[in-house]
Design a protein around this ligand. Structure first.
Ligand code: PGA
Length: 254
């Protein structure tokens, strides 16, 4: 089954609503010709209303960087899935390594959020990846298998088609170091094999797996769309509309 490439921008804690809207004004004309790639922008929560408004009836999707798994409750500072869908958000990042590192997210909370996103018809982009010390200790395969298997625990394969994974080796995020295409391909194959075990071989074949970690215009062609790589999750280089549009163009130029 053909997997449509997806390229997502993770703006992290950058851009006010005014700056986010200004980005879109410059960005839209640059991607006018695009139809091959699903483009998703994940701004901060405060920019979501402005961006979901501005992107309505366009080919650009708007996602959140995080959400709680409950619909409501006494969870000060959190955002629920229904709050996101009410705004028109369609995607949500789950388990980004910065959430795991600084906000104590675990594979178990990733699993709860993934189930909730699916139940609320949000397309989850589940981030997994090993730390440098784990790679150096030859633990990459076991780390990825554990992260993917716990994320998928108890998920009914009949509901799992929307799930997207992002392989983001932690040592490549914001460091300027990228995985080689061979390293990325190998990790993506491991993730796909674990999806086959946890869900079904058919879902493993149809699930999109993105690469993330210092993707830039000049490495997008070699990293974004290989045999097992179905797009990219882009941090720093997505903050500038020209650079992000160039990544989209280069990734699909082959
Ligand atoms: P980066 O971030 O492209 O700046 O390395 C990627 C990410 O954190 O998703």
């Amino acid at each position: 089954m053909a997997r449509k490439p997806l390229i997502a921008a993770n703006w992290k804690m950058y851009k006010t609503p005014t700056e986010s809207t200004a980005f879109l004004t410059t960005f839209f004309p640059l991607i006018k010709q695009n139809s091959q790639v699903e483009i998703v922008l994940c701004p901060s929560m405060t920019s979501l209303p402005a961006l979901t408004d501005a992107a309505r009836h366009t080919s650009v999707y708007i996602g959140a960087q995080n959400m709680h798994w409950h619909e409501n409750g006494a969870y000060t500072g959190e955002t629920s899935p229904t709050m996101l869908t009410d705004l028109g958000a369609t995607h949500v990042l789950i388990g980004h390594s910065e959430r795991r590192q600084y906000f104590n997210e675990t594979d178990t909370t990733v699993n709860l959020k993934l189930k909730s996103a699916l139940a609320h018809k949000l397309i989850p982009i589940v981030c997994v990846g090993e730390h440098l010390n784990e790679r150096e200790a030859n633990l990459t395969a076991s780390v990825l298998e554990l992260q993917v298997s716990v994320a998928l625990e108890g998920i009914d394969p009949a509901t799992a088609a929307p799930i997207v994974f992002a392989y983001e080796p932690v040592w490549a995020i914001g460091t300027g170091r990228t995985a080689t295409p061979e390293i990325a391909e190998e990790a993506h194959q491991l993730i796909r094999a674990q999806i086959a075990k946890s869900l079904t071989p058919a879902l493993a074949a149809s699930t999109r797996i993105l690469y993330g970690g210092s993707v830039k215009p000049d490495n997008a062609a070699s990293l974004c769309c290989l045999e097992d790589i179905d797009g990219a999750l882009v941090g720093g280089a997505s903050l500038d509309p020209t650079s992000f549009a160039q990544i989209i163009a280069n990734a699909t130029a082959k």
